[in-house]
Design a protein around this ligand. Sequence first.
Ligand SMILES: Cc1cc2nc3c(=O)[nH]c(=O)nc-3n(C[C@H](O)[C@H](O)[C@H](O)COP(=O)(O)OP(=O)(O)OC[C@H]3O[C@@H](n4cnc5c(N)ncnc54)[C@H](O)[C@@H]3O)c2cc1C
Length: 189
Amino acid sequence: MEDSPWVDKTLNLFKHCLELFSSENVGIVIQSYLYRSEEDVSVLLRAGSRIRICKGAYKEPENIAYPDKSDVDANFDLLVQHLLEGSKENGTPSLSDDGKIPPIPAIASHDEERINFTKRLLGEMGLPKESVEFQMLYGIRRDLQKSLVGEGYPVRVYVPYGSEWYPYFTRRLAERPANLWFFISNLFR
Ligand SMILES: Cc1cc2nc3c(=O)[nH]c(=O)nc-3n(C[C@H](O)[C@H](O)[C@H](O)COP(=O)(O)OP(=O)(O)OC[C@H]3O[C@@H](n4cnc5c(N)ncnc54)[C@H](O)[C@@H]3O)c2cc1C
């Protein structure tokens, strides 16, 4: 999911794809910094959609997105709760054995508090570990990725690829300028 001018267009495209393919073959990303996301999640869950929840990476105006990180985090946890409840209502599908068909909720975050909240809620709701998937960027918090796998949770690693790497790369640098130093220091290692 890109920045806010694209949200409705992306959701419409996703709706169209759901009609062509099943919810097992297409999924969507929702950003917890947008005020609208709770409503979007509730509509999407009615169709049994696979949903990746993330905080959101773009600079958005205050009339559409929470300006404070603590609110973005609180909304993230609220949306995770909706996703787990929605998954339960849809029969709690688990990750398929070959890893190709994901569960309904995908928790895309490196924030341990968000991850621990999800783990706690899963336990309280009596849901199996395979009914969620944790997702992180390639190379970020490998320690956390490994420890989650060790505990028995599915973890998927996001690996960008393709010929259009330069615009993608510059967008990622713009969203997190600290990565420029990370990139330069690793280039010379
Ligand atoms: C699988 C996946 C898919 C995503 N898809 C989208 C999308 O479609 N649309 C969208 O807007 N955003 C997307 N994002 C980005 C997301 O919205 C956040 O901007 C990003 O993940 C940082 O938020 P966080 O939840 O990790 O928490 P934060 O609180 O921002 O970070 C927690 C900690 O993780 C580490 N960390 C996080 N990100 C990085 C990084 N890039 N480099 C180095 N260290 C880092 C830092 O140590 C930080 O302190 C995606 C993220 C992931 C993991």
